[in-house]
Design a protein around this ligand. Structure first.
Ligand code: ADP
Ligand code: MG
Length: 711
């Protein structure tokens, strides 16, 4: 428990899935993982160690074994977080673990089976049920976005062109922190709509992947929900609270081997797990608490989760395990990772009245449309009253709902009356025998025009009403029945379940505290009646401490081994990268002329946002972008550019009439629109350089017919 009220640690829960059919024949029923649900402990057995070696024990906020229900995990560990989001906090839930351990099962589950629905569908239901049950003075706006990070590229899963579009960029603002620029955000008015959004995204994910299993184990999926809520405060003004919820299904945490991989494949392999290893480094840095620098900027994932880890958010991490002995190492790594994450401290606070709240914009627009609509209706009412000879007076700007309805009705009546009046007048004109045909035609035309205007007015009013209604429907009003949850019994059942979950949580916390206190106070309480008894007690204690010491020694050895392993991997990667670098140097030194190299170096700049080198355009001004570069001016005194060779020949007195200088003008610098990519330039330079080398040979052998190049 934190002393500072505004600080709270990341909640870490662990879940172990049941043994699957393939694993069952290999191991004991329970596998290598045992769980003490009451104490929130995981006990891990090393299948390779002698039986005398003590087992490893880890304590978490809650643990869920193979028999755990989706609903239990939700009620106990997720529900309080969603409640906080609804109250205006930022919240994050992320599932971390090896591929096949149940991350997706925990986050999504089986949608069609109510028993097996995961965190995401349960959260959707929770949010919309909460809105439908809240007071009617509250207005809500719910938005959803869905993205994935694959090979360090952010892809918008709700963008229909997401397969072909370029990866999205991250930006930072003081108000919202780090966000994804141009990310699609869908306003969801109901449970059905938000489920549809999730479906669309899941389908886009599956379509983009050649092998869905491999893709999902290597990509991170983030579903983002923003809930804005406006409620009148004690000052009478409407205040807005914004809660943002990140639901994250991470890539599989197993190590991707880079051994023996070269070139582009090496870069790809390095990128696949970059976000995950960066996440590990961020967690270590935060848990350690001593290192001032937290490397959030090392990957897209860590930047997006910056607020969730050590910032303004409440965070729950679900670490998933498999029980099979085959994966002992991975399971241990996951437990260590999770254990470290417990120490991260966040500073969550309610996001009150942020400047960029969309709800405020919506409210303003709705008010504007409403005023426009009312103005039209009042004008119609006024005209109607005048027609009927009634006096017209408007009391004030604000009218009650009843009044508004009446005005709307009267406005409609006015329109009908006008139409009827015009029809009658037309009829009268047609039947008037005294009028000339021409005059009749003119008057009828006038009336027709008036009717046209009236229809136009009517259409405009209808359009305005439709726009107003569409806009208004996006805002959800508390107390209105979005979901059929009127059943009081169901409500009571939910409340009871919540109470039980809270009780279980409280009991576990108390048990854990008692365990710690027991160990501390045992010594103080002990009184011995005889020396023999004292020796026995102390021997027992010594044994206990010795076991603890062995545990810690084993832990140190494990950590060292892990450290050595990751260092070896890093060294190997470094060796391969150095080898590749040497190859690139060799090519540059031998095939790119130094002046060209310098030119290119001067044009290169590093873009830290995109983590890439960029080649500055050759053509500086926008307006000149399509103009050709100027031809080189003639050497003074000559009609056209003249080669050095020719100049030297003239200087030495050879008759230049018999010598021909041909210029091969390189295209590269002459006409390069911005769109030509660096690839083309590289190829062009390479070929021009080869030509230059050939020309050198030619010119020494043919002094009277020299060919020179310029580029
Ligand atoms: P991950 O997303 O971590 O790669 P999955 O969620 O796809 O793993 O789970 C792998 C398999 O294990 C799936 O067939 C899933 O149904 C099953 N599974 C995972 N967790 C559980 C659980 N708690 N209870 C029952 N089946 C589970
Ligand atoms: Mg998965």
């Amino acid at each position: 428990m934190s002393k500072n009220k505004s600080r709270e640690s990341v909640k870490v829960v662990v879940r172990c899935r049941p043994l699957n059919r393939k694993e069952e024949p290999n191991g004991p029923a329970g596998g290598i993982v045992q769980m003490d649900l009451r104490l929130g402990q995981v006990i891990l057995r090393n299948p390779r160690a002698p039986p005398s070696e003590p087992q490893k024990t880890f304590t978490f906020d809650a643990v869920y074994d193979a028999n755990s229900k989706q609903r239990d995990l939700y009620d106990e560990s997720v529900r309080p977080l969603i409640d906080s989001v609804l109250a205006g906090f930022n919240g994050t839930i992320f599932a971390y673990g090896q591929t096949g351990t149940g991350k997706t099962y925990t986050m999504q589950g089986v949608w069609l089976d109510p028993e097996k629905r995961g965190v995401i569908p349960n959260a959707f239901d929770h949010i919309f049920t909460h809105i439908s049950r809240s007071q009617s003075d509250k207005q809500y706006l719910v938005r959803a976005s869905y993205l994935e990070i694959y090979r360090e590229e952010i892809r918008d899963l709700l963008d229909p062109n997401h397969g072909s579009a370029r990866g999205l960029e991250l930006r930072e603002s003081p108000e919202t922190g780090v966000y994804v620029q141009d990310l699609t955000s869908c306003v969801c008015k109901s449970l059905k709509e938000i489920e549809e959004v999730m479906n669309v995204g899941n389908q886009a994910r599956a379509v983009g992947a050649t092998d869905m299993n491999e893709h999902s184990s290597r990509s991170h999926a983030l579903f983002l929900i923003t809930v804005e809520c406006s409620q009148p405060g004690p000052d009478g003004r409407k205040h807005i609270r914004v809660g943002r919820l990140n639901l994250v299904d991470l890539a599989g945490s197993e190590r991707q081997t880079k051994t023996g991989v070269q070139g582009d494949r090496l870069k790809e392999a390095a990128k696949i797990n970059l976000s995950l290893s960066a996440l590990g480094n961020v967690i270590s840095a935060l848990a350690d608490g001593r290192s001032g620098h937290v490397p959030y900027r090392d990957s897209k994932l860590t930047r997006l989760l910056q607020d969730s880890l050590g910032g303004n958010a409440k965070t729950v991490m679900v670490a998933t395990l498999g029980p099979a002995s085959l994966h002992y190492d991975e399971t241990l790594t996951t437990l260590r990772y999770a254990n470290r994450a417990k120490n991260i401290q966040n500073q969550p606070r309610v996001n009150e009245d942020p400047k960029d709240a969309l709800l405020r914009e919506f409210q303003k627009e709705i008010a504007r449309l409403r005023a426009q609509l009312n103005h039209r209706r009042w004008r119609s009412k006024q005209k109607k009253d005048q027609l009927e000879g009634e006096g017209w007076e408007r009391d004030g700007d604000e009218e009650t709902e009843g009044e508004e309805e009446e005005v709307e009705k009267e406005a409609e009546e006015y329109m009908k009356m006008e139409e009827q009046r015009l029809e009658k007048e037309k009829e009268a004109i047609r039947e008037d025998q005294s009028m000339l045909a021409e005059e009749k035609q003119r008057l009828l035309g006038e009336k027709e025009k008036m009717m046209g205007d009236l229809r136009k007015q009517q259409e405009a009013a209808e359009q305005l009403t439709a726009k107003y209604k569409a806009m208004e429907s996006k805002l959800l009003v508390g107390g209105k029945n979005i979901i059929d949850h009127t059943n009081e019994q169901q409500k009571m059942l939910e409340i009871k379940r919540q109470e039980i979950a809270e009780q279980t949580r409280g009991e576990r916390e108390m048990q854990q505290q008692m365990l710690v206190q027991d160990e501390e106070t045992l010594e103080l309480k002990e009184t011995f009646t005889s020396l023999q008894q004292e020796v026995e007690a102390k021997t027992k204690k010594l044994k206990k401490l010795y076991t603890k010491l062995q545990c810690i020694k084993a832990e140190i050895k494990d950590v060292n081994d892990e450290h050595v392993r990751s260092r070896q991997e890093l060294e190997q990667t470094q060796n391969e990268l150095t080898r590749e670098l040497k190859l690139k140097y060799l090519i540059i030194e031998n095939f790119i002329p130094p002046e060209e190299k310098n030119k290119i170096m001067n044009r290169l700049t590093f873009d830290p946002e995109e983590d890439q080198w960029k080649l500055k355009s050759l053509v500086p001004a926008e307006s000149e972008s399509l103009q050709m570069k100027k031809r080189p001016v003639s050497a003074v005194g000559y009609k056209r550019p003249i080669s050095q060779h020719a100049r030297a020949a003239i200087a030495t007195g050879h008759h230049s009439r018999y010598r021909v200088s041909v210029w091969v003008i390189g295209l590269v610098n002459l006409f390069i629109p911005r769109v030509w990519n660096t690839c083309f330039q590289k190829a062009a330079f390479k070929y021009l350089h080869a030509i230059k080398e050939l020309l050198k040979v030619w010119n020494t052998e043919n002094p009277f017919f020299s060919i020179h190049s310029y580029y």
